[in-house]
Design a protein around this ligand. Sequence first.
Ligand code: GN1
Ligand code: MG
Length: 366
Amino acid sequence: MSNHVSEAAEQFRPRGKIIDIREYGNGNINNTFLVTLDNGIETNFILQRINTQVFHHPELVMLNMRISTEHMRRRLQTATLIAGRRWEVPRVLSTQEGRDLWLDPDGSFWRAISFIEGSQFFDTIRNIEHAGEAGYALGMFHNLLSDLPPDRLSDTLKGFHITPLYFEHYNEVLAKQEPGKSPGVDHCRQFIRERSAFVNVLENAKAQGKLRLRTIHGDPKVNNIMINIITGQAISIVDLDTVKPGLVHYDIGDCLRSGCNPMGEETEQPEKVYFDLDLCRAILQGYLSIASEFLSISDFEYLYDSIRLLAFELGLRFFTDYLEGNVYFKIRRPEHNIIRALVQFKLTESIESQEKAIRSIIKGLR
Ligand code: GN1
Ligand code: MG
């Protein structure tokens, strides 16, 4: 466990005695812990050490989190959106000095967030109902933030989901050092080469004014969607580090690339990966049931591309990180990032081979 974790937990402890701290979740960037308190009833909170190699301005990350969560909570009080449903917005917890962050003696930043009690997450979608709930959760999130002007938020991660910039960086990494040859490396390089024009699809549409910036989540993968343990309904979407201005297409694409891959993004068997159309339909249905009102015709036109692009982009990011010596994503073995890349590229291929069917699902839901 990281240094200073118990000391950090003490900074945010509202009331009660800390009885347990354990590593929690499967994040690729920050270190996350679940802290359990004994304060009559057992309660938990989430404690995280922010990876400042990735997030250079943790204070702006926290400010974005404050602005967006407060906005969502205000909307929830007036909205008629959730008739009969429970929906929770994670709360930022303060230190005893009233701050959002605690800086430990080694220079690490810590922050704490409320835990959504009575909920659990899954790394893959279990069934059609779960898929619908995942889509609903993202739609709910976009809906609650649809009237928060994106320029109220800072750009806390420059270039995030700007695929042409990832592509440029990939080419720089290649130019610096020719990677050794192996079937995996050769396959990835060719796969990327064949799609070099496609990387611009969303950014071009943005530049042409066809798609506009909104407030987005940035990372709405399946395991960030919290499911009510009893009812199976989605009750929250967590991991708000990347809430910032962006295209909703990044979110929709990311949610689908994550949700429609029944093998999961951490599978060791890339050859078995495929994109599941039934899950795709259910996620989109859940999403559109609450989000279609603010999507334009041209937003719909780019949905297919966003699904294909976000799978491809994540593969490109994993592969680049592999070539660069794993400087961004945490790994558990040396080949981890190239296997992850192969998984996303196989998923991309499966999306491409089902283009017609995916477009017709989208058309049917408009
Ligand atoms: C990272 O740390 P985690 O697991 O929440 C990454 C996402 C990727 C995801 C892939 C800030 O998210 O963009 O989709 O890994 N987050 C950042 O699992 O780069
Ligand atoms: Mg994240």
